[in-house]
Design a protein around this ligand. Sequence first.
Ligand code: SF4
Ligand code: SF4
Length: 434
Amino acid sequence: MRLNGILLPHKKRTEYSQTKILSLPERVKICMSQHMGAPCVPLVKKGDLVKVGQKIGDSEAFMSCPVHSSVSGEVVDVSEMLLANGKTCKAVEIQCDGQQTMWEGIKPPHINDKKSLVDAVRESGCCGLGGAGFPTHIKLNYDENKVNIDSLVINAAECEPYITSDFREMMENPEDVIEGIKTIRDLLKIENVYIGIEDNKPKAIEKMKELTENDGYIKVVKLKSSYPQGAEKVIAYSATGRIIKEGSLPSDHGIIVMNVSTIAFINRYIKTGMPLISRRVTVDGDAVGRPCNVNVLIGTSLKELLEFALVDFDIMEKLISGGPMMGMCMYDMNAPLSKTNNAFLAFKAKSASKLPLLYKGQTNCIRCGKCIDACPLGLMPTELEKAYDRRDREMLNKLKINLCMNCGSCSYVCPAKRSLAEKNQLAKGFALSK
Ligand code: SF4
Ligand code: SF4
């Protein structure tokens, strides 16, 4: 059996450019909601002095992880900020002092078992760096009495066009990837490790194979380049052959799925104790003069990053955070960088109109069935659209709208340019609202 999917153009012109470092900004604005789950509560107030790596936000909620300062300087404001999804949350604004003084508490964590690993990963502020932002410590903190984890799947598919930040992690820091895998594997006593990489990244496959040839339990799996190969359920199936059934999690099937950049970060944190205060971001698109991968401090204004990448603001029509299939349009160029931002894509008007998330001029459905063939989960996007238009909650549930992961494959293949994935997102909210 093979899950459906679509073939997308490779378009990864930043794959062989070494990661650059963005210079220290004058100010950063650090948002308290950078992960899936409950936002943090600021631990600092206006006038406080902070250092690099100091915790400035935390929460007692189960689904949350702390936020740290990426700079040293003075807190000049703690205010409400508007997020790209329309919600608001608190943000801490810091005027940098230019010294980048390290917080005294930075030291490698003492880790010798699962509990100390989970605690340390929480303290590091780590959440999924592939874009989803799921707090990593929760994935690792499974209940051994309920699930038997025997497989760790490293998600290195990076299936969206343009984005190369995970690829660069494997090329620039391959030892961190492998050491991170070994540490987690040993502490959690996991039998098998699968590193899933699409076959359009032969250099990464080669590098990972080279570093694991003596480790029989680590298997580098060459995955077919088929979008959305990097979706959690898809890669779990492609790597292990196990189907993540409706309503269940990978852990219910003995699997933990972790993004490749996340595992490399955890390794660096274990070695240094420096929490998550920066990340690699791909900047690309046809309005970008210098397509690149850049290491950016969390909280840096997006505008500074775009200027560094020589984005031509006069011709830029759309700015997207994330990939062209599942990304989100940005309305504010002064928005601060967050932990989950793996890419920003700046497009001219003509190319923006070809992106499925920005399709215009839809025509009637011609019942070609292409959207059904494309859906990796076997859903019926055309029927879901009709059910949502009728606001038929019962039918939406019958058609399993809850399974839709908004991958955009259905919209991409639709010859009538119907905004199917966008409708599905609305439909999901509607079906869950009662
Ligand atoms: S957006 Fe939803 S319905 Fe459309 S292809 Fe992806 S999973 Fe299927
Ligand atoms: S791909 Fe578009 S035109 Fe074809 S059946 Fe689906 S919604 Fe209709």
